[in-house]
Design a protein around this ligand. Structure first.
Ligand code: FES
Length: 132
């Protein structure tokens, strides 16, 4: 295996990864593990992408419909243990884990949680406490 170079120059790192200089406020994870996929988590992720892009909130390249000024990162993740109650969606740094999320729930989550900072209680099952 080839040795991976370690880059020590922070400016060079920022050039290589512009997101490191972005004003990210939230990270939305949508589980695409096997069980959540069976609960159509792909449609949930697509719905987040649609809603976030429509509002100019999703960070990313303009060529992909995102905005370099976006404040939200949307990614997939593997199983987090909500397999029987998916699709699982986690929003950080709030530490809120949503269960049984369907694509139809996404506009509400974006409007209430991401835009207005109010957790959608009917879907929120777990909250990771913030460090004191
Ligand atoms: S497959 Fe999504 S939580 Fe397990």
């Amino acid at each position: 295996m080839a040795e991976v170079n370690f880059i020590e120059d922070c400016e060079r790192l920022r050039d290589l990864a512009p997101i490191a200089s972005a004003r990210i406020q939230r990270h939305v994870f949508v589980c695409t593990g096997k069980s959540c996929s069976a609960a159509d988590s792909a449609a949930v992720k697509d719905a987040f992408a649609r809603e976030l892009k429509m509002r100019g909130l999703q960070y990313g390249k303009v060529s992909k419909g995102c905005s370099p000024d976006g404040t939200v990162v949307l990614t997939e993740c593997g199983s987090v243990g909500f397999c029987a109650i998916g699709a699982a969606v986690m929003i950080y740094p709030d530490g809120v884990w949503y269960a049984q999320v369907r694509a139809k729930d996404v506009p509400e989550i974006v409007e209430e949680h991401i835009v207005n900072g109010r957790v959608v209680e009917r879907l929120a099952l777990l909250r990771i406490p913030k460090p004191e």
